[in-house]
Design a protein around this ligand. Structure first.
Ligand SMILES: [Zn+2]
Ligand SMILES: [Zn+2]
Length: 176
């Protein structure tokens, strides 16, 4: 996903990339505790156009992810799409004054060096931003019983209906 700046015109160019799931898995290597993994090809559609030395990058990403549901702990599949726009400018020779770097307009600005832009890390960052830290298989997911651990989507348990042994009843009032 590298492009020479002078090969990008004002009218723009369209590029489509299909990466396999290892492309993201490698990026995430070391993060073993995450509740998801990528399961299918990662599709990226790019539109690049140039105005002077400033590149405007529009991207549309589609990924297929297998999650572990945060409520019932069962795996489920989901396709996520994301769109973003970034402008890329030549890296200035000197650090910019702080007030310029913090202006809202510049928040989605990236810098390139040496007349070449590498879009891959930007796309990977965007994919990670699209993934929520937790996901559930569906709004209706009933989760696991906190007492017996049964998956309440599949079966019912009787934990909440348990009858208290009458001999233990007086003890209840001692509990704070
Ligand atoms: Zn669930
Ligand atoms: Zn139960």
């Amino acid at each position: 996903m590298k492009f020479r700046v002078d090969e990008i015109s004002g009218e723009g160019r369209e590029e489509t990339f299909i990466q396999d799931e290892n492309w993201m898995e490698e990026r995430l290597a070391g993060e073993t505790k995450r509740p998801f993994h990528f399961t299918g090809p990662i599709k990226t559609h790019l539109n690049l156009s140039r105005s002077g030395r400033v590149i405007l990058l529009r991207s549309r990403i589609e990924v297929r992810v297998e999650w572990i549901c945060a409520r019932c702990l069962e795996p489920f599949l989901r396709t996520l799409t994301s769109e973003f726009t970034t402008s890329l400018k030549p890296k200035p020779d000197f650090p910019l004054p702080e007030e310029i770097e913090l202006s809202p307009e510049d928040l989605e600005t990236e810098y390139y060096q040496g007349g070449e832009i590498n879009v891959a890390p930007l796309v990977q960052d965007q994919i990670l931003l699209t993934l929520p830290p937790k996901a559930i298989c569906g709004e209706e997911c009933r989760g696991l019983c906190p007492k017996c651990g049964k998956n309440l989507n599949r079966e019912n348990c009787h934990c909440s209906e348990e009858v208290v042994d009458p001999r233990l009843e007086p003890l209840k009032s001692f509990r704070v």
